[in-house]
Ligand binder design. Structure first.
Ligand SMILES: O=c1nc2n(C[C@H](O)[C@H](O)[C@H](O)CO)c3cc(O)ccc3cc-2c(=O)[nH]1
Ligand SMILES: C[C@H]1O[C@@H](n2cnc3c(N)ncnc32)[C@H](O)[C@@H]1O
Ligand code: SF4
Length: 353
């Protein structure tokens, strides 16, 4: 599909567009991953105009190993299978975090996250999924060994947003750096979650360009397991607090076009950010609810509560589908081609429990 065709599709008759995307569905399942959200640090070198996760609490720049392990143990009791390590981007400039890492005996954040992921594998029945922002080839390679999958939202390919309230203070949101990370993850065959943030001032054309670029990368490396279409939610006290959310129709069109560009990849819609309307996205081609946690909040969108698993099951069934739990890595990536020996062995152990 080229850009012109994709834009035409986007603006075409909504029901026809949705029907086209819907007809690509191969089965009647909508998947989700039962997870625990571990916000390792809320310090960040970036200042995105929409973000409320970032919080410089000088009393607590870093979650300590003990605290992380006790959260993971609790998650295990609740039957969670994914440990979601999501955090701010830490480079040498973020002193309070680096000082603590130093005291704990870690060179940098990657080394610490590696340790936490490895502990997860050795001490619990959970599988790590890490999203710590932009990473180098070398760091991705290190983390691949202890992650079932990894993630980084492209957000959008638009360089223009680097000059607007959304990304003007966020060097880590430079699309060149994000695309490089996603490509390097492809070279390393890391099962990968990426996606777009919708409603941060981007145009429809820029959305399509972002999707087509991700398509190109996926054609080359085949490692993208899911695309998240995440709707922006304004947060009080942030520079973008008065920005409008994307409309339902806008979101439905975006999800449908995403599915048409990615018939072979899962399209994820977060149910907590679309409380009243989540079901509709199934009919636009969405097939995954993403991570849902019975014990932790969505620290990125703390005002948006996860539905209970029962509620998610009911709303999925009411729409005519079946809810199915999945691991943080999708079945077609469970192989030696994509996973480290350590992770494959862990998944095998879990199967026989
Ligand atoms: O619970 C959440 N999970 C988030 N996840 C995790 C995701 O929902 C699933 O856990 C993945 O599908 C892995 O199975 C993200 C993963 C990424 O790689 C990038 C961004 C996100 C964002 C969120 C989020 O805001 N809240
Ligand atoms: C973890 C991911 O959460 C998303 N994210 C950050 N802030 C918001 C917000 N206000 N609304 C919706 N999504 C957000 C970004 O896409 C980030 O990459
Ligand atoms: S969205 Fe991520 S990169 Fe941006 S300020 Fe928040 S934590 Fe930092």
């Amino acid at each position: 599909m080229n850009k012109k065709e994709a834009i035409e599709l986007f603006y075409s008759d909504l029901l026809e567009l949705m029907r086209k995307a819907y007809s690509l569905k191969k089965d009647k399942y909508i998947t989700y991953s039962k997870n625990v959200f571990i916000p390792v640090t809320t310090f960040c070198r970036n200042k995105c105009g929409y973000c409320i996760f970032r919080n410089e609490n000088y009393k607590k720049p870093l979650m300590m190993p003990k605290e992380v392990l006790s959260k993971l143990k609790l998650a295990e009791k609740y039957g969670c299978k994914e440990a979601l390590f999501t955090m701010g981007e830490i480079d040498d400039s973020v002193e309070p975090v680096n000082n603590i890492l130093d005291r704990l005996g870690y060179e940098n954040m990657v080394e610490y996250v590696y340790y936490l992921c490895n502990e997860t594998l050795e001490e619990t029945s959970l599988l790590p999924h890490t999203n710590m922002g932009v990473l180098s080839f070398k760091d991705l390679k290190i983390l691949k060994e202890v992650n079932a999958s990894m993630g980084l939202m492209l957000e959008n390919i638009s360089e223009r947003l680097m000059e607007t309230v959304a990304h003007k203070n966020s060097p880590g949101k430079d699309p060149k750096l994000r695309l490089k990370t996603i490509e390097n993850a492809g070279k390393l065959k890391i099962p990968f979650t990426t996606g777009l943030l919708i409603g941060i001032g981007e145009t429809v054309e820029e959305r399509i360009e972002s999707l087509l670029k991700l398509r190109k990368i996926h054609d080359k490396y085949g490692h993208i397991q899911e695309i998240i279409i995440q709707n922006f939610k304004p947060k009080p006290g942030t520079p973008m607090e008065n920005y409008p959310e994307p409309s339902l129709i806008e979101m439905l069109r975006t999800v449908a076009v995403t599915k048409l560009i990615f018939p072979d990849v899962s399209v994820q819609i977060p149910p907590n950010l679309n409380r009243e309307t989540a079901q509709l996205f199934i009919f636009a081609g969405a097939d995954d609810w993403g991570g849902v946690s019975p014990i932790t909040k969505d620290y990125v969108n703390p005002e948006s509560k996860w539905p209970e698993i029962d509620e998610l099951k009911n709303l999925t069934e009411e729409a005519g589908f079946k809810l199915k739990e999945r691991l943080p890595v999708y079945p077609k990536f469970i192989s030696e081609e994509f996973l480290s020996k350590k992770i494959l062995q862990k998944i095998n152990e879990l199967k026989h429990q």
